[in-house]
Write a protein that binds this ligand. Structure first.
Ligand code: PMP
Length: 440
């Protein structure tokens, strides 16, 4: 009997025993293409010798030193490199162990920032209905997924949710993409007015929506308008790039492509590329200075913040992401997109194919003309995941549970080292899964 508490108590997952490049091998010798890099984590694939060496080298020197006493060389070097590449103004980095921790830190930093400035009223957070920001209570309250939130709702901080920027379903007839983006961005203005600007602390969004919707990019101009509204009302813009950051969409930070910068920006997943658990929160000079000139102490912390071994791994990862490997994302992403469109573009149950870089989503619908999703009880997402896994492809399929108005989707986030031939392998295996699920 296994003593591990698994996510799905009735499932019996294979035992992963080895990883090489884009593949994971289980204890029976079966080989799986890691089509979603876990959950958009393994951007460098498995068994990268440089990252492994960096980890070994750091452990040989010192594996861990507590930040209550020390900083470390890899943490300093990593923070220096991240801020050199970060969007304008983000010049301080707070290291944590994952995405939810980064989001919790962001929410608390935002609150403390206003307190340091003597602005005690601001505490309300606005986010979007189509979003996931983590599973700890603050991050969960920020996210908009009803199914995830519901059991824990009585324990949550108060948040409000506006419409996402979801062109496939939201854009109305006769409206341009730009007009649509402005209209939904303006929901933020309305919500700030409703709550009273003096009460609003932050607006939180993923630049490209990941887990809840399958790689939904914003339309042009949307985030510029969001930035304008936040700035006008002194509301902090917190961008959650936990999934879409670290080169995944074709630029190191996804918001670079929208021409905006955040006040606080969170990253994780691709930062450690799965070699070590690490996340980070970057913040503006203004925020850091308010705390430095105020109490001088960010009232937060975890045992493993700034973990030297995790930082050493992330530094080795970042060196690769800012080099040749990072540059593969845009051209390989275009090839993957073309291959998905060739194979599934006309499929009876495919409503939308979307995304950017190596972050691609397919939305499944029962009726292409009305965009009617399948009844969630049919469990199309689970069936597709199972069938793809059977065919040797691990991909990330989630259900259409957001306000009941979106279809099941598949998220692809393969390693950046993937070859053209392996793109065919993904589409072939996915086709096998589609045939297995839709023939019945
Ligand atoms: N934000 C986003 C956008 C995510 O996709 C995730 C993880 N799927 C998180 C936050 C939470 O990260 P973690 O699971 O590392 O806590």
């Amino acid at each position: 009997m296994s003593h591990v508490f698994p996510r799905h108590t009735k499932a019996n997952p294979p035992i992963a025993v080895a990883g090489q490049g884009c593949y994971i091998f289980d204890s029976t010798g079966k080989k799986y293409f890691d089509g979603s890099g876990g959950a958009a984590v393994s951007c460098l694939g498995h068994g990268d010798p440089d990252v492994t060496e960096a980890i070994k080298g750091q452990i040989d020197k010192i594996a861990f030193a507590h930040t209550g006493f020390f900083t470390s060389e890899p943490a300093e070097e990593l923070a220096d490199m991240l801020t050199r590449h970060a969007p304008e103004g983000l010049d301080r980095v707070y290291f944590v162990s994952g995405g939810s921790e980064a989001m919790e830190a962001a929410l608390k930093l935002a609150r403390q920032y206003y307190l340091e400035k003597g602005d005690t009223k601001r505490h309300r957070v606005i986010a979007r209905r189509q979003s996931y920001h983590g599973n700890t209570l603050g991050a969960l309250a920020t996210g908009g997924n009803l199914w995830r939130r519901e059991p824990f709702a009585p324990m949550m901080i108060q948040t409000s949710h506006i419409a996402p920027c979801y062109e496939y379903r939201g854009r109305e007839d006769g409206e341009t993409a730009f007009e649509y983006g402005q209209r939904v961005a303006n929901e933020l203005e309305a919500e700030i007015q409703r709550l009273g600007p003096e009460n609003v602390m932050a607006f939180v969004a993923e630049p490209v929506v990941g887990a809840t919707a399958g790689a939904v990019p914003p339309v042009e101009g949307y985030f510029k308008r969001i930035r304008e509204i936040c700035t006008a009302h002194g509301v902090l813009l917190i961008l959650d790039e936990v999934m879409c950051g670290m080169g995944r969409t074709g630029s190191l930070f996804a918001c670079e492509q929208d021409g905006v910068t955040a006040d606080i920006l969170c990253i994780a997943k691709g930062l450690g590329a799965g070699y070590q658990p690490i996340g980070a929160m970057l913040c503006s000079h203004d925020i850091y200075e308010a705390i430095e000139n105020g109490s001088g102490f960010f009232q937060h912390g975890h045992t493993y913040i700034g973990h030297p071994t995790a930082c050493a791994a992330a530094l080795a990862v970042l060196k690769k992401l800012t080099g040749e490997i990072g540059q593969r994302v845009t051209p390989m992403g275009e090839k993957l997109d073309a291959s998905l469109r060739d194979t599934f573009g006309q499929h009876e149950y495919v409503g939308d194919i979307r995304g950017c870089g190596l972050f691609r989503g397919i939305e499944i619908v029962e009726d292409r003309s009305t965009k009617q999703p399948f009844d969630p009880k049919r469990g199309i997402n689970k069936a597709l995941k199972r069938a793809a896994f059977e065919a040797g492809l691990a991909c990330y399929p989630m259900g259409g549970t957001i306000d009941g108005v979106q279809g099941d989707h598949i998220l692809l986030a393969p390693p950046f080292i993937m070859t053209g031939q392996q793109i065919d392998e993904i589409t072939d295996k996915l086709s096998t899964a589609f045939r297995a699920v839709f023939k019945s």
